[in-house]
Design a protein around this ligand. Sequence first.
Ligand code: MLT
Length: 202
Amino acid sequence: MKHIFNKGTNPAKPTLLLLHGTGGNELDLLPLTARIDDEASVLSVRGNVLENGMPRFFRRLAEGIFDEADLIFRTHELNQFLDEAAEEYHFDRNNIIAIGYSNGANIAASLLFHYENALKGAILHHPMVPRRGIQLPDLSGKSVFIAAGTNDPICSPLESSELQSLLEKANSEVELHWVDRGHQLTSEEVEAAAKWYHKNLK
Ligand code: MLT
């Protein structure tokens, strides 16, 4: 997968996996890393799917309606890419924290829904429930931060709470942070994510 890897100064730190929103690319979320952890390695990936020229991490049939077969295939593909990248760049495969926005948050949530050890934790900005009706793996020891908008037209508050509850039922620790906004990524929620990271993961 097309990506950027920036080696951090402290190998004990997690590797931050950056996953952009629809129409974005691997450069978009780089400015966030200094606010989360400026000593961590960064792996920023571009989604392999194009929708009218806009990169995404998996196909959708319509706004908010996912192509489930493609979601499963792309989640597997990203998980394998993480295995390969950990070998190539010599970082700890068991210490990856995803930071995703919108479509990128959805594929990060899908990694958690499908694989027990894909991620150590995740910061999900405006995620949706990636799939329903499946048994999640045991996510004990995994920590998740969700930032959700009270007026998000793409992801309803109910869906954000549903995601929290599904992840908690799978034994992960979840903090749900509300912002009084829509679907946009706000600096307020990035600060909240940084605080959560320093409390839980550093
Ligand atoms: C998705 O398709 O992943 C969600 O609708 C969010 C987005 O618009 O990318």
